[in-house]
Design a protein around this ligand. Structure first.
Ligand code: 16G
Length: 241
């Protein structure tokens, strides 16, 4: 219920009420929530106020709309810990989901300047550029563009990258992966990303760059990825030392 005397805006109170009902599992993923008209009657507020609350919940990825049908509860976001360096395939397996990929680009090309520096190869050295859409249970989660030194992985092929790249590096090439430095930035989806990820143009995206290092200190991949912000949240434990 909303408290009309509260200094908190009405739309905000409605958002909190709906979030709590989702938390308590009164509303479950893919349930249709009551219509704007019903909600405005329940909360005794204008439809404009209800619409504002619903719009905010839609842009947060908590609800989604289907044209002509109504507003529904979205799946819970995937919580990705920032500690621990895992692969997409491992992450999905740990959640009981099936990882798959669609290969958009697999080519040998000359390293762009920033990539050559991060991979510690000559500026005109050959690198593989691999672009994959990564799916969890057939639903698109991210677009990943990996760059790897061609001299380091001469036998890399399309079939291999349709599976797990990390498993190829560690199991087939017997090169233990040690660490990575990673950057996460907020952006929005352009037309191409939106089409590939099945989200609206300008929807929120988490842009991530990863530079990964083998246990002997050699950098072996640079990855630029766009993750759906409505499906992912990154979490970490922090310590006050
Ligand atoms: C993760 C990594 C990506 C890595 C991939 C390997 C992030 C942001 N990205 O998606 O850098 O290349 O795993 O996955 O975590 P694979 O072994 O399944 O190919």
């Amino acid at each position: 219920m909303v408290d009309k005397k509260s200094p908190l805006p009405m739309y905000y109170q409605i958002e909190e009420d709906i979030k709590q009902r989702i938390e308590k599992e009164e509303f479950r993923p893919s349930d249709m929530i009551p219509s704007e008209r019903e909600l405005s009657e329940t909360f005794d507020v204008s439809r404009m106020t209800v619409r504002q609350a619903l719009n905010n919940l839609v842009s947060e990825g908590i609800l989604y709309r289907e044209k002509g049908r109504g507003t529904f509860v979205a799946e819970k976001k995937i919580e990705q810990p920032l500690q621990g360096m895992t692969s997409f395939t491992e992450d999905m397996k740990a959640r009981g989901m099936e990882a798959s990929s669609k290969l958009l680009v697999f080519e040998k090309t000359t390293a762009p300047y920033d990539i050559s520096r991060k991979l510690n190869v000559k500026e005109d050295a050959d690198v593989y550029k691999i672009q994959r859409i990564r799916y969890a249970d057939q639903k698109p989660m991210a677009i990943e563009t990996n760059y790897l030194s061609a001299a380091m992985f001469p036998d890399l092929d399309e079939q291999t990258v349709l599976g797990s790249l990390y498993s190829y590096v560690e199991k087939k090439k017997k090169q233990p992966i040690a660490k990575a430095s990673q950057m996460i930035e907020a952006t929005t989806a352009d037309e191409n990303q939106a089409a590939l990820l099945d989200i609206p143009v300008d929807a929120a995206i988490l842009y991530i760059e990863r530079n990964s290092i083998l246990s002997d200190g050699t950098p072996f991949e640079v990855v630029k990825s766009a993750y759906r912000a409505d499906r992912y949240k990154f979490i970490s434990d922090i310590y006050r030392t």
